[in-house]
Write a protein that binds this ligand. Structure first.
Ligand code: NDP
Length: 246
């Protein structure tokens, strides 16, 4: 049973792409949904409108995951506005492509702040509120599991850290009945990684199923983990990658 009636979910980076699909999917399953975004206020409000069209409460919060105060206050505000928090989806992420010798330290800091420190801080804040049955779902990447392409050293390192966060946090929160998992998308057709973009063919060569996935494919697995159906899955990394890491 994947119903989430009466539950509250927070999805970081919910204005576009995978996060938007997750927000709408969780609302369809019955959850009230808070989402964060960085710049895209109009698209964030469009997602909130879809959440409300599904009959649920929705709220968009501008919060840069790279900013420690904003990352934490988004969690606190979700609890303050909707009264509880059951599901945290750490989805906001920064893509990065660059030859390792040429990556400035400021970029290292920025990518680690968005992809690693932000999810850690949000999980830490959420852990203070999540009840038994709570869920933390981190969006990793197939680049954490397989270093298929050069130029992804920084990004792959950051997403491998997400997988490590997931495993250790699952041990820590398991006794409270809270599960923690990573979903590792493969090439998913979004603004970050358009199927018809310059990296399209390079990505496709590694996909067993031959082509890109859609944001809804990732959202379906997130919903499975979020629901009662996911109750015995924790500390795991689930690939939704068309066989990229196979
Ligand atoms: P998009 O670039 O399409 O969307 C990113 C979303 O995250 C937007 O809503 C954006 O907000 C938000 N966001 C970005 N940076 C921040 C930030 N610093 N603070 C708050 N919100 C932020 O990305 P995808 O949907 O493709 O990716 C989502 C996740 O999936 C990421 O973690 C990514 O690394 C991962 N992933 C994606 C893959 C793919 O092929 N697409 C493959 C593997 C992993 P705004 O609209 O305001 O900019």
């Amino acid at each position: 049973d994947d119903r989430l009636d009466g539950k509250v979910a927070l999805v970081t980076g919910g204005s576009r792409g995978i996060g938007a699909a997750v927000a709408i999917r969780l609302a369809t399953a019955g959850a009230d949904v808070v989402l964060t975004y960085q710049h895209s206020v109009d698209q964030a409000e469009n997602v909130v409108a879809e959440v409300k069209a599904a009959g649920r409460r929705g709220l968009a919060i501008q919060a840069d995951s790279a900013d420690a105060t904003e990352a934490v206050s988004a969690v606190e505000r979700a609890v303050a506005e909707f009264g509880r928090l059951d599901v945290l989806v750490n989805n906001a992420g920064a893509a990065y492509f660059g030859t390792v010798e040429d990556i400035p330290v400021a970029d290292v800091d920025r990518v680690l702040a968005v992809n690693v420190r932000g999810p850690f801080l949000a999980a830490q804040a959420a852990a203070r509120h999540l009840p038994a049955g709570g869920r933390i779902i981190n969006i990793g990447s197939c680049a954490a599991e397989r270093g298929a392409l050069p130029g992804l050293t920084l990004y792959g390192m950051s997403k491998a850290a997400v997988a490590g966060l997931t495993r250790t946090l699952a041990r820590e929160l398991g006794p409270r009945g809270i599960t923690v998992n990573t979903v590792h998308p493969g090439p998913i057709d979004t603004d970050m990684n358009p199927a018809d973009g310059p990296a399209g063919d390079a990505n496709r060569q590694f996909v067993a199923l031959g082509g890109y996935g859609q944001a809804v494919d990732v959202a379906a697995t997130v919903a499975h983990l979020a629901g009662e159906s996911g109750r015995y899955i924790t500390g795991a990394g689930l690939a939704v990658d068309g066989g990229f890491a196979a």
